[in-house]
Design a protein around this ligand. Structure first.
Ligand SMILES: [Zn+2]
Ligand SMILES: [Zn+2]
Length: 452
């Protein structure tokens, strides 16, 4: 019997053992392989030996670490909202904005949905995340989970991909470069605390060890009996919970909830129809996003609507090549290549074709999932410029219809990537089709799978 265990870059791989605790089982969410977690020490992580997906990452003093980071991030968020964000001066006419005005000005200009997306991604969702995490960690440190801890732990996973403070920082820098030639700019205390907030938020999300969190909240029931390690979970009627990681047996109907966290399970369904539908919707929305102006500038009575590509060309004409490049990459290259990559992945998976190896395809999928949120840069640039330069006697900037269309493209492509099932890439793959044998040291692909 050979155990097909999760390997780590820093710990020895699992060696053949007679039996494996059913409490150590995990399903790789990307390639669907059923694995046994090795015991991990702080600073170690367990990667799937087949596709390289990180299953678990352990930290020293996880509750204290996450609590300290969450509180520090909440403090910087409070400072970011409480003080002036940017002040500027054009020909003696000054203006000063606070962070929340980047959203509230858009509401006044009949763009409530764009305003809502800015407010949610930059302030509201991160605040919900940080408060939930603080509440959870406090309960765990007191060795008695506080009320509603389980519900809050469930929300963490859903909120994480929609927090975009880091993207907003880039949007602010692009906006500042755009107006630096025409105005005297002063960065407020809020701007600097916002930069710290974006960095700390990133560190906070990376500090959360969900595996440890759910074990501390609710222990871990045994995985179903008869599970074969080293085989695809879906072929055994099993499913790994995407929220808490517990391996569950799927009911006959295919629909079920995790017995520990009660989140819906994700049975494997071939086809990726939802992804395709969302991609079609995003392609449709990408046309008005480019045809309608994203921003309308009025300067000394002259009204100039500018589309996304028009903005890029304007920066090139003015010699701002790095900014032209940022806007082009974020607003044109990223959404278009993301849509094409996902469409291509859906196509090859449906046709069971094999151009590129599975590992290359899974890497392509990971890239599309990672880069999608960075397209919000252009939406944030519009929000910041509109708030800064509004109703000025010399100059004013208003959002155009393209802003809403482009926001919906970003949201739809992000949803399309989330709904794509990476397990479809690995359908029909041999259990021993390893991604990277070199990281697994002396381990050999198992000749037979082990039952637990
Ligand atoms: Zn995997
Ligand atoms: Zn669960």
């Amino acid at each position: 019997m050979a155990e097909h265990g999760a390997a780590s870059s820093s710990i020895p791989v699992a060696h053949p053992r007679k039996s494996v605790s059913r409490r150590r089982l995990r399903v790789c969410h990307e390639c669907d392989l059923l694995l046994a977690l090795p015991s991990l020490h702080p600073g170690e992580k367990a990667d799937c030996p087949r596709c390289g997906h990180t299953l678990v990452r352990r930290h020293a003093n996880p509750a204290e670490r996450s609590l300290a980071l969450a509180i520090a991030t909440l403090i910087t968020l409070t400072l970011s909202v409480a003080f002036p964000f940017i002040s500027f001066d054009i020909s003696g006419i000054g203006n000063r904005i606070e962070l929340t005005e980047t959203a509230s000005t858009l509401i006044g200009m009949h763009q409530p949905l764009v305003a809502l997306s800015v407010l949610l991604t930059v302030i509201v969702l991160p605040a919900i995340y940080l408060l939930s995490l603080t509440w959870l960690c406090l309960g765990l440190l007191l060795r008695h989970p506080l009320p509603h801890s389980r519900q809050l732990a469930r929300t963490l996973r859903h909120v994480t991909p929609w927090m975009m403070a880091d993207v907003f920082v880039i949007g602010t820098l692009v906006s500042l470069i755009k107006i630096i030639g025409m105005a005297h700019i002063e960065l407020g205390l809020s701007f600097w605390s916002f930069c710290a907030y974006a960095l700390l938020l990133l560190l906070t999300t990376q500090s959360v060890d969900r595996d440890w969190l759910w074990f501390s909240l609710d222990k871990e029931p045994r995985a179903p009996a008869g599970a074969s390690i080293g085989l695809a979970a879906s072929e055994q009627g099993l499913s790994g919970c995407h929220t808490c990681g517990l391996v569950n047996r799927l009911p006959e109907s295919g629909k079920g909830r995790c017995q520990r966290c009660h989140e819906p399970l994700h049975p494997y369904r071939a086809g990726n129809q939802v992804t395709l539908a969302l991609l079609v919707a995003s392609v449709v929305m990408y046309l008005p996003a480019n045809l309608y102006p994203i921003m309308i500038t009025t300067s000394l009575g002259d009204t100039t609507p500018s589309t996304i590509l028009g903005g890029v060309l304007l920066f090139i004409r003015e010699g701002d090549f790095p900014i032209a490049m940022i806007i082009f990459v974020a607003s044109v290259l990223v959404p278009v290549s993301k849509m094409l990559a996902l469409l291509w992945l859906c196509y090859v998976v449906r046709r069971q074709q094999r151009p590129l190896g599975r590992l290359s395809r899974i890497r392509l999928y990971r890239i599309t999932e990672f880069i999608g949120r960075w397209s919000m840069v252009d939406v944030f640039v519009v929000a910041i410029l509109v708030a800064l330069i509004r109703n000025g006697s010399i100059m004013s900037i208003e959002p155009g219809a393209g802003a809403l269309a482009f926001t919906s493209v970003v949201v739809l492509t992000m949803l399309a990537a989330m709904m794509f099932d990476p397990r479809s890439i690995w359908q029909g793959a041999a259990p021993s089709e390893h991604a990277d044998l070199s990281s697994t040291g002396p381990q050999r692909p198992p000749k037979e799978s082990s039952h637990v």
